[in-house]
Design a protein around this ligand. Structure first.
Ligand code: NAD
Ligand code: LMR
Length: 332
């Protein structure tokens, strides 16, 4: 067994954290041989609720969990952490777009960027879940200049998981038989779920998903819209935003970042754009990435047809607008 690592989860008294903390503590993210100390950050008003979460973590009797630090102080929460799940922020309600949360949430990510900069390990890996996740991640990274910008990522893994599940259901296959679906751009209704490079395992053979589905019209309409709107559809049904699936996606994202991706497989992550595929630079844009030795790289050389080009441009434009709005809010 190695030495425990410190892992922070913000919004630790909230819905997503309630599912996520158990997954992290029992080794789903950092592996069965990695003990950890969980730092739990929430706001002062939620300290009573957080105390209940701490009790439940103790009552889970998880051998890998070597300590729990509940706090409302970012300086304590971010001290010496190797991984940060930034969940804490307001969720949207029915009828809102995720970017409507910018004014409520973006300042949180400025404060937390500054706290990470001062207190976290310099190789900390940061996953922003709180919406609007891409732009919050960008702002967080800007306020943590001593930490490399590639260490800041936004979660589009839930969209990827949703897209895989839609294709698996359409083909009547287990979801594990579908891979390399891409989410491009923003975690918003302009995101582009792209199955044109996806592959499926069926009857012992590997096929292009589009060859197995044989319905490009479905892939460009119903499939895209279902994934784009899935968050809103869940809110309409549950009257609360997705939490169990969001926690699973956060665990998947961080596990792959620490452990790597299988050869030939890629996953989608919001990362600071270098302009690949003609996307705007310096926004957090979701790309297909492969991961080795804890470092992600954007998968290069994929064909972008005219339909994809339009979709990438639309989501890139929205991210540039969100960035301008965020800078305006923080400057105000
Ligand atoms: P929730 O309201 O149940 O919990 C949020 C928690 O964050 C609350 O306990 C709140 O007190 C806390 N919080 C607020 N400000 C904070 C701060 N400054 N520091 C620390 N904690 C703070 O919400 P939830 O359902 O857990 O969702 C959290 C966020 O995740 C929302 O913004 C939601 O939209 C987003 N989300 C993103 C995805 C994604 O795919 N990227 C998926 C689902 C939800
Ligand atoms: C989701 O995708 O389910 C979350 O981002 C919550 C939301 O507001 O849609």
């Amino acid at each position: 067994m190695s030495e425990p690592i410190r892992v922070v989860v913000t919004g630790a008294a909230g819905q997503i954290a309630y599912s996520l903390l158990y997954m992290i503590a029992k080794g789903d993210v950092f592996g069965p041989n990695q003990p950890l100390i969980l730092h739990l950050l929430d706001i002062p008003l939620m300290m009573g609720v957080l105390e209940g979460v701490v009790m439940e973590l103790a009552d889970c009797a998880i051998p890998l969990l070597r300590g729990v630090v509940p706090t409302d102080d970012p300086a304590v929460a971010f001290k010496d952490v190797s991984a940060a799940f930034l969940v804490g922020s307001m969720p949207r309600k029915q009828g809102m777009e995720r970017k409507d949360l910018l004014s409520a949430n973006v300042r949180i990510f400025k404060v937390q960027g500054e706290a990470l900069d001062k207190h976290a390990k310099k190789d900390v890996r940061v996953l922003v879940v709180g919406n609007p996740a891409n732009t919050n991640a960008l702002i967080c990274s800007k306020y943590a200049p001593s930490i490399p910008s590639e260490n800041f990522t936004a979660m589009t893994r839930l969209d990827q998981n949703r897209a895989q599940a839609q294709i698996a259901a359409r083909l009547g296959l287990p979801v594990g038989n579908v891979s390399n679906v891409i989410i491009w751009g923003n975690h918003s209704s302009t995101q582009y779920p792209d199955a044109s490079h996806a592959v499926v395992q069926t009857d012992g053979k590997q096929l292009k998903a589009s060859d197995a589905i044989k319905d490009d019209n479905w892939l460009r309409s119903v499939f895209v819209e279902t994934v784009q709107k899935r968050g809103a559809t869940v809110i309409a049904a549950r009257q609360m935003s997705s939490a169990m699936s969001a926690a699973k996606a956060a665990a998947d994202h961080m596990r792959d970042w620490f452990n790597g991706t299988a050869p030939g497989q890629f996953v989608s992550m919001g990362v600071v754009s270098d302009g690949s595929y003609g996307t705007p630079k310096d926004v957090v844009f979701s790309f297909p990435v492969s991961i080795k030795n804890g470092k992600w790289e954007i998968v290069q050389g994929l064909t972008i047809d005219d339909f994809s080009r339009k979709m990438l441009d639309a989501t890139g434009k929205e991210l540039e607008e969100e960035k301008t709005d965020a800078v305006g809010i923080i400057g105000a």
